[in-house]
Write a protein that binds this ligand. Structure first.
Ligand SMILES: [Fe+2]
Ligand SMILES: [Fe+2]
Length: 465
């Protein structure tokens, strides 16, 4: 679905003449799934939806060079049927193309050879439909199905960001950070010190380049959650915390330690059975008791790592404590400031993202819930700081102005949480504007937000504008 169509739906919603139930389904461009061969299945047992192109598939698995890995990185052992860069999915004006840059064993696509080194063409167009793709030639076990769906969705215009020596679209950087987060957590249970070093390196690289923090924050605010809920959540909480700490003084003078504390706050969750983490129904009282053990178990594991800064296990232990004494595990009212701040970020991130058992709320609703429903459980000065950091109308909120115009919040002002910058879509009569116009409400004192009209059903669409 393109931007115009999305705006049209929002216009209808604003006018109140749209039926909200399942108005649309995502129309992904390509979906890759593992076929029935054992090795393919173990490598990719969930559908992988590809929205951003070009998408690289190849042999990978080197944790030290995670930024240079293919997008779908398949681990393989000798005698290597896959090349480091084996196949590329490209989107061009005429549709999706499968390109073999120069792999050694080529691929078989629906019984046709692909790849010049096995006597096939270098590339082939994929019309809508389902394809069987055998990477690495006729005898390879790497069999996938690639479904190409209607090209309704445009390639979102994305900010390019720099990370180390690489300049990449922000979605790609986020994807890499997510994969690296999973590797860091897997490593944690084998060698805590090494895992801490990897995390430090990753977060340090983010901190060293302040320009990428806003784009990363915007991207991580998209309510989607990866297959690994804990990894997505931990990475997001780290990004949100870094972003918050750059806006308002919450981190003390060691931002890296604060970011690490946010990153590892839920490490204890990995001790729980995945069934509980991924459960689609509400957890039972018994399961909840089990979940509550993650604070202490995380703290204990973090503490055992030599040279660990004390704040990191403290945050793991205290991030579910509340100043009213009704938190866990101790019911302590004395919560360290940094733990409380990360607890608020934790709460806000969780509420505004998909979880297996529920959908997300909009950012504005998230902030409101934090202020209203949770009154007393966080200390007022900290709530104030939090609002300064994220604004009452966080980025992505869809708002109506007193002028009758409708738009989306695209930037916030720490000193004026009610006065963000709004990009206007519709004039007061509901007509779509031809030219993009932004209003910084700080500079326009007579204009204010009269209503937040974000809606949970539409939340996904808003994010893609
Ligand atoms: Fe937690
Ligand atoms: Fe958490």
């Amino acid at each position: 679905m393109d931007k115009e169509a999305t705006l049209e739906i929002i216009r209808k919603e604003v006018a109140g003449d749209v039926e909200k139930k399942d108005q649309w389904q995502d129309a992904p461009i390509a979906v890759i799934r593992g076929c029935n061969t054992q090795s393919a299945k173990t490598l990719l047992d969930q559908d992988l939806t590809i929205r951003y192109f070009p998408f690289h598939i190849g042999r990978g698995g080197d944790t030290k060079t995670f930024m240079s890995e293919p997008d779908l990185s398949l681990e393989e052992h000798p005698p290597y049927r896959l090349s480091r860069l084996h196949l590329v999915l490209e989107r061009r004006e005429r549709g999706i193309f499968l390109v073999d840059p120069l792999s050694r064993y080529g691929s078989i696509v629906n019984n046709n050879r692909l790849g010049e080194r096995i006597g096939g063409p270098k590339e082939m167009p994929l019309a809508s439909g389902e394809y069987e793709v055998r990477l690495g030639g006729a005898t390879s076990p790497f069999v996938y199905s690639i479904a190409v769906k209607a090209d309704e969705e445009v390639n979102a215009v994305q900010e390019q960001v720099r990370y180390g020596d690489h300049t990449v679209p922000v979605s790609l950087l986020y994807g890499r950070l997510y994969q690296q987060t999973q590797r860091i957590f897997a490593r944690f249970f084998k060698d805590g010190l090494d895992s801490l070093g990897m995390a430090r390196e990753m977060l340090q690289a983010i901190l060293a380049n302040p320009d990428i923090i806003e784009p990363l924050y915007y991207f991580s605010a998209i309510p989607d959650t990866g297959d690994d809920v804990i990894a997505t959540h931990s990475l997001n909480v780290a990004i949100y915390s870094i972003r918050l700490a750059r806006q308002v003084p919450v981190a003390g003078n060691d931002l890296l330690t604060f970011a690490l504390a946010a990153f590892f706050h839920d490490i204890g969750l990995y001790d729980l059975p995945p069934d509980i983490i991924n459960k689609k129904e509400m957890v039972t009282a018994q399961e909840y008791e089990l979940i509550k053990t993650h604070s202490l178990s995380g703290k204990t594991k973090l503490e055992a790592i030599s040279g660990m800064n004390a704040l990191i296990p403290v945050v793991a232990l205290e991030h579910h404590e509340r100043v009213d004494g009704y938190g866990y595990p101790k019911g302590s009212k004395a919560v360290s400031q940094q733990a409380e701040m990360i607890a608020m970020v934790d709460f806000f991130e969780a509420l505004t993202h998909y979880r297996p058992q529920r959908g997300p709320v909009t950012p504005h609703e998230g902030i409101r819930t934090l202020i209203q429903q949770q009154r007393g459980i966080f200390s007022p000065p900290m709530v104030k700081l939090f609002i300064r950091g994220f604004s009452l109308f966080p980025v992505y909120s869809i708002v109506r102005l007193n002028t009758g115009e409708t738009g989306q919040v695209v930037d916030t002002n720490p000193d004026r949480p009610l006065r963000p910058t709004v990009r206007i879509f519709f004039d007061r009569n509901g007509n779509m504007l031809d030219e993009e116009r932004k209003i910084d409400l700080v500079d326009n004192n007579c204009i204010y937000i009269s209503k937040d009209i974000s809606d949970r059903v539409f939340v996904d669409r808003y994010f893609k504008l």
